[in-house]
Design a protein around this ligand. Structure first.
Ligand code: HEC
Length: 148
């Protein structure tokens, strides 16, 4: 590869390219008032994370209307989301994996394994909720992290 081509590749990736979509124009205008747009786009985070960034920038003095700020948060959450976390298969998971994915105690994770060993594979979140001593609301809140 010629050094020109390498330079050209660097040049294209170094510039922030905003994907098209609602909120693009507002983001472009508001998020480069104080620093380079690249800096604005650097985190990959979920909606709550982008909302926190937005709040911080408003506190620092970002100018815009509430409607524009909401649009920007939507735009960022849609185009620069947190990296997808692979789902955990409940029927193959080890206790430590259940513990961290579902933020359970060691005892609760062990109870799931024990229940699975005794009763066979879980078919759905409802099966999982039958495990004694495990908080059903907590499981419900994390169900998108799981496969069966
Ligand atoms: C009024 C000026 C201003 C505007 C407008 C602004 N920022 Fe910032 N931004 C800052 C300052 C100052 C820092 C450095 C803050 C620090 O180091 O604590 C910063 C830092 C950041 C960082 C680095 C991480 C962090 O949290 O410190 C991100 C990401 C960021 N801005 C995103 C954005 C986005 C997205 C927008 C558009 C909604 C935006 N900024 C608009 C002033 C601004």
């Amino acid at each position: 590869m010629s050094s020109y081509l390498i330079l050209a590749l660097f040049a294209t990736t170094a510039w922030a390219q905003l994907p098209d979509g609602p909120g693009k124009a507002e983001t472009e205008r508001v998020c480069k008032q104080c620093h380079e747009l690249e800096r604005s786009l650097s985190p990959r985070q979920d909606r709550a994370g982008w909302q926190a960034t937005m709040d911080k920038m408003v506190a620092l003095g970002a100018k815009g209307t509430q409607q524009e700020f909401n649009l920007i948060v939507d735009y960022m959450a849609a185009n620069f989301p947190a990296p997808a976390v692979p789902r955990l298969n409940v029927n193959q998971a080890r206790a430590v994996e259940l513990e961290s994915a579902l933020t359970l105690t060691r005892t609760q994770a062990a109870a799931i394994i024990q229940y699975r060993t005794k009763n066979g594979d879980f078919k759905s979140i409802n099966d999982l909720k039958k495990v004694p001593g495990v908080d059903a609301a907590k499981l419900e809140a994390k169900k998108d992290r799981l496969t069966f």
